[in-house]
Design a protein around this ligand. Structure first.
Ligand code: HEM
Length: 149
């Protein structure tokens, strides 16, 4: 049962977030579809940004200095299918690494709260973040591989 009573440290603290983030981005970078969005991004950098962001979102130290998710993803054509795939890889990472149920539930709830704000219906809803930015739009290269399993 979700109680929502554990402190950040009781949830596993930064160490738990780091273990999940490492496994999660290993799976993301290996993936033939969602991995395309990350081809120019340093894995170590995105791992630490994700850990910092989740630390603040889960009531831990507010160390995150990056962009907020909406401005940070406005140049990406994100669909529900991609969002579902990301969530599956996150759950897989959490299961492999082993974390408390409450941490899993709270993390997934936070991510899900961003779905409607990040998913676009059409490429025309994407915007460059800066002048030389590229719009990232990768259709599923093989509809059979949309699921992580
Ligand atoms: C299918 C869904 C998603 C994809 C494909 C995706 C992809 C990416 C990529 C490629 C970056 C690097 C951007 C850059 O530095 O140029 C990024 C940054 C980031 N993402 Fe996501 N993301 C997704 C959903 C989410 C969600 C749901 C969250 C959390 C609620 C999130 C949190 C972040 C954060 C905190 C950063 C760092 C932002 C920055 O400093 O600009 N992402 N994402």
């Amino acid at each position: 049962m979700y109680e929502g009573k554990l402190s950040f440290e009781e949830l596993g603290g930064r160490d738990a977030l780091e273990r999940v983030a490492k496994k999660f981005y290993d799976l993301i970078y290996e993936h033939p579809w969602i991995g395309l969005f990350f081809k120019d991004i340093d894995q170590k950098v995105i791992e630490s940004q994700q850990v910092d962001f989740m630390s603040a979102a889960l009531g831990g130290p507010r160390v995150y200095l990056g962009k907020l998710p909406v401005p940070g993803h406005k140049h990406m054509m994100l669909t529900d299918e991609l969002f579902d795939l990301r969530e599956e890889l996150l759950v897989q990472a959490m299961n492999e690494v082993g974390i408390k149920d409450e941490l899993r539930e709270r993390w997934l709830r936070i991510d899900e709260a961003f779905r409607k704000k990040l998913v676009k219906r059409d490429i025309s809803e994407c915007e460059k973040r800066f002048n030389t930015d590229e719009i990232l739009d990768f259709p599923n290269p093989n509809p059979k591989i949309n699921k992580a399993a």
